[in-house]
Design a protein around this ligand. Structure first.
Ligand SMILES: Nc1ncnc2c1ncn2[C@@H]1O[C@H](COP(=O)(O)OP(=O)(O)OC[C@H]2O[C@@H]([n+]3cccc(C(=O)O)c3)[C@H](O)[C@@H]2O)[C@@H](O)[C@H]1O
Ligand SMILES: Nc1ncnc2c1ncn2[C@@H]1O[C@H](COP(=O)(O)OP(=O)(O)OP(=O)(O)O)[C@@H](O)[C@H]1O
Ligand SMILES: [Mg+2]
Length: 272
């Protein structure tokens, strides 16, 4: 097997895709897992991006269907801005289509900044302001998970993660930050399939086709993920569908996948 087919298989990307069938299957998966766990709440951060919008639309439908079957379930959407967010209007537009059972808003700025300040006092000594901003970005992502796990702990809930194959292959997430979650309803999808699911679930086109951004760097708000990757989502998506792409892009994706293996596994354990 080639690297490409190994990766497609490891990330569970299906050879064929139907938005209607995938939406139904993934809603059913969320329903069954919550009910089998005898828990009552799904919790998910809503950023204004298409991944959290899609996962939230699946989750809200799942809890509505569970309630119709006499199982008490609800969905809590969580806004987690770092101060004032540049695309707050997109987050609000997302909430307007999701219509979550509940909304909690937690500004993570004070907590994230306090942690960075304590680290600086403790002698963190970032190499430069760019590295300090990068490290703060990962603190923001982890701070968001702290908030979501507190809500899940209070309300017998599960935290939804938005990882999918196009981010997983690049290892483009913060370990134990947005990479830490209980359940991944978008697993195995590439980015264009996430968008197709969002469209199928009734998301407005400007959010479906929005440029993906981790938006973690204070010094570069809304920086497109593709700037950091050096390849496009079109190339990543084609790669994950088994298509042939430019050799340099192919090699970059395979290298990123191999270098980030530790982020997709449990902690590396000593031999017993
Ligand atoms: N070989 C190895 N075996 C086991 N563990 C290893 C390791 N190499 C590093 N590590 C550990 O992993 C750490 C590095 O991982 P991590 O802390 O995640 O940091 P890192 O991968 O350096 O940064 C996270 C990247 O993901 C991007 N991101 C984050 C969050 C959200 C999104 C988004 O798209 O929304 C994107 C972010 O922009 C940044 O480029 C190291 O500090 C070390 O502790
Ligand atoms: N400002 C935020 N408020 C609430 N949740 C957030 C915020 N930023 C990130 N998140 C959470 O972290 C996840 C990872 O961010 P990521 O950027 O990969 O996804 P997205 O913003 O939903 O979509 P896209 O990748 O297209 O920008 C989000 O799906 C969301 O659950
Ligand atoms: Mg985003």
């Amino acid at each position: 097997m080639s690297d490409q087919s190994d990766i497609i298989c490891a990330l569970g990307v299906a050879p064929v895709f139907s938005a209607a069938a995938e939406a139904a299957r993934r809603i059913d998966f969320l329903k069954r897992y919550l009910a089998n766990s005898q828990l009552s709440t799904y919790v998910l951060g809503i950023s204004g991006g298409v991944d959290s919008l899609t996962a939230a639309l699946l989750a809200q439908r799942a809890v509505i269907e569970l309630r119709a079957e006499a199982y008490e379930a609800r969905f809590i959407a969580v806004r987690l801005p770092y101060g004032q967010q540049a695309d707050e209007h997109d987050a609000q537009a997302a909430l307007a289509v999701i219509t979550p059972d509940e909304l909690a808003t937690v500004n993570i700025k004070a907590a994230a900044d306090a942690m960075m300040q304590e680290l600086l006092w403790a002698g963190l000594q970032p190499a430069d302001s760019g590295q300090e901003d990068f490290l703060l970005g990962n603190i923001k992502a982890r701070q968001r998970m702290i908030a979501q796990y507190a809500l899940a702990g209070r309300w017998r809930g599960l935290v939804i993660g938005t990882d999918h194959a196009a981010e997983a292959v690049m290892g483009f997430f913060t370990k134990h930050g947005d990479g830490a979650a209980d359940i991944l309803p978008l697993a195995g999808l590439n980015k264009r399939r996430v968008r197709a699911l969002a469209r199928h679930l009734g998301a407005p086109e400007h959010l479906v086709s929005k440029i993906p951004t981790a938006d973690l760097e204070t010094n570069a708000p809304m920086r497109p993920d593709e700037d950091a990757y050096g390849v496009t989502y079109e190339q990543i998506d084609d790669f994950l569908e088994g298509k042939s792409i430019a050799a340099n892009a192919h090699d970059l994706i395979v290298r990123a996948y191999k270098a980030t293996a530790h982020k997709r596994s449990l902690p590396i354990a000593a031999d017993s």
